[in-house]
Design a protein around this ligand. Structure first.
Ligand code: UN1
Length: 500
């Protein structure tokens, strides 16, 4: 395995060594478990100062016209295009995903920047007819304030970009607490932003802030009255801690938490095409996407054909250094993840499962494993639990009603799909009595959504929506405005109140 040359890469990304050396937060590459940096951490006082600085920046930024704010995001997208290869490689080094996915993650950042630039001229409100003569009514979207972004290791930079690009065009300032497992990608991304903002005369100082440290830093952010919106991506456990704390101060949240995404394979499915969708969904990113396919609900009539096909595909997956072009699966993020995977497989066996694969591979200090396919007699406890690893639980069904019931019968509700060429089955799946998830796909897997749609899910997934469609509205304050341009003072609902 070739050594990891961090300093040359950080140099190309415009990051000085002082930003990631000499501190107390060790950065590691999951490829080899090598230390790649020792990042200086913020104190709680520094967190408070950064929040105050972001708030001050907001006061200026909200007065900059939205299309001008969009120009900053356009320039950010340009800078990301320029740095795509280097930042993509850094994502691969720090999160362990294969290079094409590392590059894809940066592309996702570029895409949301483009989307947000267009959005900056489309922050449309509404006008509505007033019931009173000589009155006008309208709904206007106003900038909200400082937006706190808490991101996870698995999409260390794209999820920041989803939030940052929209928040910035909406007139908000941003403050980012990245996963402590992926500090270098955050530092590099922030350096790219700073290099753009520095040259943009309308960007106030402190518009974007980066917080470095562990959970206490994130808690400080979550508790701050100066941060009206917290957008947090991570586990359901994290969301259970963040949600109530923000609600207790009447702040708003966008929560993007655990998924337990299922695919139904029907008798009419195109199995060759489906096999590829399943393999990417379950094995891609080493099973560490929140949209990873974790459950496969297979009609009894195709089960005996599909499972051997999948096992053959699994056996052909090249596992290793994610920087190599032929690798399809890199390491898990750390040993704790590999332990959690083994614990889930042990539980699956105890609950009647037959496990194929899921072995540890000893290699260069990284937590490499083979992907696991587990045949389950039913949807037991372990199947209902999200384990952030490449485990695909496979179950049989007889009727579509039963399959949909199984799909819905878990606490999470992020992504779902069905493989079918039967139009009735497809439409039933997309109906009110079909999938209960935020994302529902036909003849596709569950992972790899485009930025143009709203991203997020129901139930324990947290209910938040980020990225495309009208997700931008969560980053703004809605105001209903009524204007009386008459010389009279009529009251709504015909109420009379004659004084004087
Ligand atoms: C995540 O795993 O937190 O849909 C985000 C996908 C990606 C985003 C995943 N576009 O798989």
């Amino acid at each position: 395995m070739s050594p990891i040359a961090i300093s040359a890469l950080m140099d190309k990304l415009g990051v000085p060594a002082s930003a990631y050396t000499g501190g107390t937060l060790a950065a590691r590459s999951p490829i080899s478990n090598e230390t790649t940096g020792n990042v200086p951490c913020d104190t709680l006082d520094e967190v408070d100062a950064k929040i105050a600085s972001a708030h001050k920046a907001f006061l200026g930024w909200r007065t900059v016209p939205a299309p001008v704010r969009g120009e900053l995001v356009r320039l950010l997208g340009e800078a990301l295009r320029k740095h795509k290869d280097d930042l993509g490689l850094l994502v691969t080094i720090e999160a362990g995903k294969i290079l094409s996915e590392g590059l894809g993650e940066v592309q996702e950042m570029i895409d949301i920047c483009d989307f947000a630039v267009g959005m900056s001229r489309q922050l449309y409100g509404l006008t509505m007819p007033s019931e009173r003569p000589g009155h006008a009514m309208r709904e206007v979207w106003q900038p909200l304030g400082v937006v706190g972004i808490i991101s996870a290791f698995n999409f260390p930079v794209a999820v920041w970009a989803w939030n940052a690009a929209l928040a910035l065009v909406c007139g908000d300032s941003i403050i980012w607490k990245p996963s402590e497992k992926t500090p270098l990608t955050a530092i590099a991304t922030h350096a790219i932003f700073e290099s753009v903002a520095k040259k943009f005369e309308h960007a106030p100082q402190g518009l974007s802030q980066l917080l470095m440290g562990r959970a206490d830093i994130g808690e400080r952010l979550v508790g701050s009255h100066h941060v009206p919106l917290i957008s947090a991506t991570g586990s359901t456990r994290m969301g259970l801690s963040v949600g109530p704390k923000v609600a207790a101060r009447f702040g708003k949240t966008i929560l993007e938490l655990g998924g337990n995404n299922a695919c139904i394979v029907t008798p009419s499915a195109d199995l060759d095409m489906g096999m590829r969708a399943i393999a990417f969904g379950a094995v891609g990113t080493a099973g560490q996407r929140c949209t990873t396919m974790r459950r496969l609900i297979v009609h009894t009539s195709v089960y005996a054909t599909l499972v051997p096909k999948l096992l053959k595909a699994y056996a052909s997956v090249n596992i290793g250094d994610p920087r190599n072009a032929s690798t399809l699966m890199g390491p898990l993020i750390d040993q704790a993840s590999a332990d959690a995977m083994q614990a889930a497989l042990t539980a699956a066996r105890a609950e009647g499962g037959t496990v194929h694969g899921g072995e540890r591979i000893e290699r260069s200090g990284g937590a490499f494993v083979t992907p696991a396919l587990v045949e389950m007699p039913g949807q037991t406890n372990v199947v209902k639990t999200e384990t952030f690893a490449p485990i695909l639980y496979v179950m049989k069904y007889d009727t579509l009603d039963e399959a949909i019931h199984t799909l819905r019968d878990v606490p999470q509700g992020l992504s779902s799909s069905i493989l079918t060429t039967d139009m009735r089955e497809a439409e039933r799946f997309l109906s009110a009595t079909g999938s209960d998830c935020g994302i529902a796909n036909i003849n596709m897997g569950t992972a790899g959504a485009e930025i143009g749609g709203a991203f997020g899910g129901e139930k324990e997934t947290g209910g938040g929506r980020e990225s495309g469609s009208d997700s931008w509205k969560a980053y703004m304050r809605r105001q209903t405005q009524t204007i009386n341009y008459s010389n009279a003072m009529p009251l709504a609902q015909g109420v009379s109140f004659d004084v004087g």
